[in-house]
Design a protein around this ligand. Structure first.
Ligand SMILES: *Cc1c(COP(=O)(O)O)cnc(C)c1O
Length: 386
C-alpha cells in the first residue's frame, strides 16, 4: 500500500526498543526522553493557560509572545539580531525540519547531511523526493573528513542539514568545522538548515556555535530548535525556525498545510520559560554532564569502549570488546540478558556498516535509574569472562 519512496522508512527503532524494554521490564536507555519534569513554572503556566481558555487555534505563525521570546533568546545567548516577524512556531523541531525540506527540495535536488543522523532526516528527504548525501562521522571523535564533505556537494545540492550538538554521537562541531560547511554551502548556493535542539546541552566548558553567527551565513541559514529537550517536555512538540524572511515564508507555506498550528496553551508558557535566569540553563548542563560521567564510567567499567560526549543526552559505545560485532544484535538481546535497553547506531546510518558495532545509550535519567543500569551492565563483564 505504502508509496514507494517511504518503504525504507516504515519502522522506528525507538518504538520497537521501547516496547521490548516494557515487555522485559528493562531500564530504557534507548529513547532520549528525560524521566523528570520540566521547570515547575512552565508546567503551572501551561496548566493555567488551559484552564484560562487558551484552547483555540493560535495565529499560524505562532503567538507573538513566543516569537519575541525566541528572538530575545537568540540575542541573549548568541548575540544574533533576530526580527520576531521572521520567527515561525512549529509542531516541534521535527515539523520545522520537514517543512523546510519539503519547501526547498524536490526531485533532482540533493541534501547534504552527516551520518549517523536523526532518523526523521532520511524519511523527510525521501518524502520530498530529494536525494540524501550523507557524510560519515567516524569514531573516536566523530568528526568528518573535509575531502569527503567537499565531494558530497554538487551542482544539485540544494540544502545542507546540520545537527550540532549531534544526536546520536554527542559530538559538537567547532567553529572550524562549521566554517568549512558554510563555505561549501555558499560555494554551491545551498541553504543551511540547522537542528540545534541540544543547544543548551554542551559540556566541559565548550560553547555551542550556531551557524547563523558565522560571517556571511545568516542570510542563507534557517535555525531550528524546540522546547522538548531544553525544558524536559519532549511530549509538548513546540518548535521554532528563524532565518531570512523569504526562506521562513517558504517554510511557512508548507507548515500551514502540515499542521496549520499547534500548542496554543503551551506557547505563552514557553515564552516565559525561555526568559528563565542563566542559572536554569547552566544547571541543566551541569546536571547532565554529571549524568554523562556516571553512565560513561559505568559503561567503561562494564567493558565497553566509550567515546567522549561533548553534548546532547547520549553516549556512544563500541561493543567489540564485549565479543559482539553487530550492535543491533547486541541491542535485541540486552534487555532480556541484563535488563537494560539501548539502540544500535547502524539504524541512524545510510550505510549501516558505518555504525555496525556501535550502540547508543541515553543518560537523561534520574541518578538512581542510571546507577541501577550501571550495576546491571556490570554483569556483562562477568559474562564475557565466563
Ligand atoms: C529530539 C530531536 C528532535 C525532535 O525535536 P521535537 O521538537 O521533539 O520535534 C530533532 N532533532 C534531533 C537531533 C533530536 O534529537
Amino acid at each position: 500500500m505504502l508509496v514507494e519512496r517511504m518503504r525504507a522508512h516504515t519502522s522506528t527503532i525507538f518504538a520497537e526498543m521501547s516496547a521490548l524494554a516494557l515487555r522485559t521490564g528493562a531500564i530504557n536507555l534507548g529513547q532520549g526522553f528525560p524521566d523528570t519534569d520540566g521547570p515547575p513554572s512552565l508546567l503551572s503556566d501551561a496548566a493555567a493557560n488551559i484552564h484560562g481558555g487558551l484552547n483555540q487555534y493560535p495565529p499560524g505563525v505562532g503567538v507573538p509572545e513566543l516569537r519575541s521570546a525566541v528572538a530575545e533568546h537568540q540575542r541573549r545567548f548568541y548575540g544574533l539580531d533576530v526580527d520576531p516577524d521572521t520567527v515561525l512556531i512549529t509542531t516541534g523541531a521535527t515539523e520545522a525540519i520537514a517543512a523546510a525540506v519539503l519547501a526547498l527540495c524536490g526531485p533532482g535536488d540533493e541534501v547534504v547531511t552527516f551520518q549517523p543522523y536523526y532518523d526523521s532526516y532520511a524519511a523527510t528527504i525521501a518524502l520530498a523526493g530529494a536525494e540524501l548525501r550523507a557524510v560519515a562521522l567516524r569514531p573516536p571523535s566523530f568528526g568528518f573528513d573535509p575531502d569527503e564533505l567537499r565531494a558530497a556537494f554538487s551542482s544539485r545540492t540544494r540544502l545542507v542539514l546540520v545537527n550540532t550538538p549531534h544526536n546520536p554521537t554527542g559530538t559538537v562541531f567547532d567553529r572550524e568545522q562549521l566554517t568549512l560547511i558554510g563555505e561549501l554551502a555558499a560555494e554551491h548556493d545551498a541553504v543551511v538548515v540547522t537542528d540545534e535542539v541540544y543547544e543548551h546541552m554542551v559540556y566541559d566548558g565548550r560553547a555551542h556555535v550556531p551557524m547563523a553567527t558565522l560571517p556571511g551565513l545568516a542570510d542563507r541559514t534557517l535555525t531550528i530548535s524546540s522546547v522538548g529537550k531544553t525544558f524536559s517536555v519532549t511530549g509538548w512538540k513546540v518548535g521554532w525556525v528563524n532565518g531570512p524572511a523569504e526562506l521562513v515564508h517558504a517554510v511557512r507555506a508548507v507548515k500551514q498545510f502540515l499542521t496549520y498550528v499547534s500548542g496554543a496553551p503551551f506557547q505563552p508558557a514557553i515564552a516565559a520559560a525561555l526568559a528563565l535566569p542563566d542559572s536554569f540553563y547552566t544547571g541543566l548542563a551541569t546536571d547532565l554532564q554529571r549524568k554523562r560521567d556516571l553512565l560513561s564510567d559505568g559503561l567503561r567499567e562494564a567493558g565497553f569502549t566509550v567515546f567522549d560526549t561533548a553534548g546532547t543526552y547520549f553516549v556512544v559505545t563500541d561493543v567489540t570488546a564485549l565479543g559482539f560485532t553487530d550492535g543491533a544484535e547486541f541491542c535485541w538481546t540486552l534487555p532480556e540478558r541484563i535488563g537494560v535497553a539501548a539502540v544500535p547506531v547502524s539504524v541512524f546510518c545510510a550505510d549501516p556498516d558505518l555504525g555496525r558495532s556501535l550502540v547508543r545509550f541515553a543518560f537523561c535519567k534520574r541518578d538512581e535509574v542510571l546507577e541501577e543500569a550501571v550495576s546491571r551492565l556490570a554483569a556483562l563483564r562477568t559474562e564475557v569472562r565466563a
